[in-house]
Write a protein that binds this ligand. Structure first.
Ligand code: LMR
Length: 332
């Protein structure tokens, strides 16, 4: 039995990512072995029958930590009192598309989510936006929620890109993934993202001393930026269980102290740090100190190459923000 209960809504609950994610939350992998889970499945009305099938499977798993599971298309039910909102529900991209090609279709969903969170969520709610383009969807939802849900509650997922980066460097150097540290994503979850290898370490070495810089600036950078598209091309569908893994990692990183020799990639509402305009949702190196709240790591040095890549990605975020001005204004 858990000593406390966390209420979590997962939107897009009948989709592929949720199908990989829900059993892991129920098994305690996200909130730990001492926490009961009240799991809320949220989806559009025509998916609720299918959600009942997912509920049956969750019941059949007999998860000791699963205190309650329910499904609803009405946020007044599914989002009532929630501690965490995992916003997965959205249209995924297909072959040949960029993630921000989805902005006009998916943006309005996040106006609805922002409002629902402001109206129904618990006072300590924390939000993870997964549906693409996730940074700008987070910006839209954050603006729709208004002042009731402060900036520091809103995050978007760049952990999948971090995990991809670390796996690639581990494979290149013959190290284990766990030995690759401080390799974090800056900017947008898009083809402009920057995995900052300039501050990263592998074992006792700097990554830039362990690996040829031309590989890092070329093949590696492109591989990480294009990995989502490569999965779609190969599988005919976008990443599902690796996305679920990244969501679990993201929440765990925000709820446990960051090891002294590491950072985590989290897209958060910028406070103006590192010249990222205030209010944009951009990925930064983040730490959680002790039992505390997250903070953007201060004083990270970026060389000219790294700076130019971050600038490019942030400029793309500004263009996305301009494209959704109407949604942001309508939300306000
Ligand atoms: C990913 O990175 O795999 C996801 O964001 C899906 C996509 O469209 O790339």
């Amino acid at each position: 039995m858990g000593s406390r209960t966390v209420s979590v809504v997962v939107t897009g609950a009948t989709g592929q990512v949720a199908y990989a994610l829900l059993p892991r939350i129920a098994a305690g992998e996200m909130f730990g072995p001492d926490t009961d889970v009240d799991l809320r499945l949220s989806d559009i009305p025509q998916m609720i029958d299918k959600a009942r099938g997912v509920i049956m499977e969750l019941e059949d798993g007999a998860y000791p930590l699963l205190a309650r599971v329910s499904a609803s298309a009405d946020p007044a039910e599914s989002h009532k009192g929630i501690d965490w909102a995992l916003l997965v529900g959205s249209k995924p991209r297909g072959p040949g598309m960029e993630r921000n090609d989805l902005i006009k279709e998916n943006g309005p969903i996040f106006v609805g989510q922002g409002r629902a969170i402001a109206q129904h969520a618990g006072p300590n709610v924390r939000v993870v936006v997964v549906g693409n383009p996730c940074n700008t969807n987070c910006l839209i939802a954050r603006s729709a929620a208004g002042p009731a849900v402060p900036d520091d509650r809103w995050t978007a997922l760049t952990r999948l890109d971090q995990n991809r980066s670390r796996s690639l460097v581990a494979a290149k150097t013959g190290a284990r993934v766990r030995d690759v540290k401080k390799l974090v994503i800056w900017g947008n979850h898009s083809a402009t993202l920057f995995p900052d290898f300039t501050n990263a370490t592998v074992g006792a070495k700097k990554v830039t001393d362990a690996v040829d810089r031309a590989w890092l600036e070329g093949e590696f950078l492109t591989a990480v930026q294009q990995r989502g598209a490569a999965v779609i091309a190969a599988r005919g569908a976008s990443s599902a269980f690796s996305a679920a893994q990244a969501i679990v990692d993201h929440v765990r990183s925000l709820t446990s102290p960051t090891p002294a020799d590491d950072w985590a990639s989290v897209a958060v509402v910028s406070d103006g740090s590192y010249d990222v305009p205030k209010g944009l949702v951009s990925s930064f190196p983040v730490r959680v100190a002790g039992d505390g709240w997250w903070e953007i790591v201060r004083g990270v040095q970026l060389d000219a190459f790294a700076k130019s890549k971050v600038t490019t990605s942030v400029a793309e975020l500004q263009r996305e923000q301009a494209l959704v001005q109407d949604l942001i204004k309508a939300a306000a």
